[in-house]
Design a protein around this ligand. Structure first.
Ligand SMILES: [Zn+2]
Length: 339
């Protein structure tokens, strides 16, 4: 049944609403299933998620004819401005939850992993457990990360839309952030939940389980401190964002914002915090960075290593007592001195 007749009731799209959401609301109003409603529009057999990704002129015209909405209003509900590379970032359901949005309205922004506030209500988004980022991070860490997260979101929005992103692109930065800079190691004391001796024996397997160690924890130490140890590792590269939790997406986005501000100093901080194999993996990831940046990183890394050697020589009498803890502190000192 595809006459030119207009539907008697047509909902105007909500702000930033995606086509699949609008179609579902309309179908529900007419007490139809989504496939039935699409057939009513002359789009039988079509997948609403394919339609909202790319809507052809002909498909758009069918919806215009039955609804009286403008072509622009309908295309605005699609992801037509996104490049094919960014499709992996778009989830079918909202990634996170705005407590103030109606349950049946799904906005385009909420399908993206670098959006942390509702574009309409400004509310902090909640993860599946109802937790928000300020609750997970605490106000001080949240404040320290907010501007970097904002800068990272700008870069990711530009990347998703194929716009220019300056000297470093989002995928190149994510490759470094997700690089395994140290060998996997069991949860440190600081990372372990408080447990009795008996519980520690019972959970021996957990306490000895090797956890992946990634450069993200060097660039965003706030994340390292608050992320639950088993949920700390992120997937490599773009998948870290596409398949990450609310906290992981925020940390990666803030990491991008920090990297773009001072890529050389942060790359060196990561390399100095790396073990031998990890340094090779970080260097591999850095190969996608522009040559001019890589040259500056090499030059400053050489100087930083020379300074560290000189300092170790000056401290020779105490070297024997140098513990793992001491080395960690030392590399941390380097990080703050260089940045
Ligand atoms: Zn909302």
């Amino acid at each position: 049944m595809t006459g030119e007749r207009r539907l008697p009731v047509v909902f105007p799209p909500e702000t930033d609403e995606r086509l699949s959401s609008w179609v579902a609301r309309m179908a529900s109003f007419y007490a139809m299933t989504v496939p039935e409603f699409l057939a009513e529009l002359g789009l039988s057999g079509r997948d609403p998620f394919d339609l909202e990704w790319r809507l052809s002129d002909g498909e758009g015209a069918l919806i215009v004819a039955r609804t009286g909405l403008t072509v622009e209003a309908i295309q605005a509900m699609t992801f037509q401005e996104f490049t094919p590379d960014a499709r992996m970032m778009i989830t079918r359901k909202d990634r996170h939850h705005c407590p103030l949005c109606p349950d049946d309205v799904h906005r385009k922004s909420l399908a993206l992993p670098w959006v942390f506030r509702c574009p309409v209500h400004g509310a902090d988004l909640q993860d599946a457990t109802g937790a928000t980022l300020p609750e997970m991070l605490g106000d001080a860490r949240m404040a320290a990360l907010a501007t970097h997260a904002k800068a990272g979101s700008v870069i990711l929005n530009a990347w998703a839309r194929g716009a220019g992103q300056g000297i470093l692109g989002a995928p190149e930065m994510l490759a470094v952030l997700t690089a395994r800079h140290r060998r996997a190691s069991p949860p440190s004391l600081a990372e372990q939940p408080r447990m009795s001796l008996q519980t520690r024996r019972d959970y021996h397997e957990f306490l000895t389980m090797p956890i992946l160690r990634q450069a993200l924890t060097v660039v965003v130490p706030e994340y390292d401190l608050v992320a639950p140890v088993l949920a700390k590792p992120v997937r490599p590269g773009l998948y870290g964002l596409a398949q990450g939790s609310l906290l992981q997406g925020f940390a990666l986005t803030a990491g991008i914002g920090r990297l773009v501000e001072d890529p050389v100093a942060l790359a060196i901080a990561v390399l100095l915090a790396s073990d031998t194999d990890g340094q090779g993996r970080v260097q591999d990831a850095l190969r996608s960075w522009p040559l001019s940046l890589r040259r500056r990183i090499s030059a400053r890394l050489w100087r930083a290593k020379r300074d560290e050697r000189d300092r170790r020589i000056a401290q020779t009498p105490t070297r024997r007592r140098q513990s793992h803890e001491y080395r960690r502190v030392q590399s941390h000192e380097y990080r703050s001195r260089i940045s």
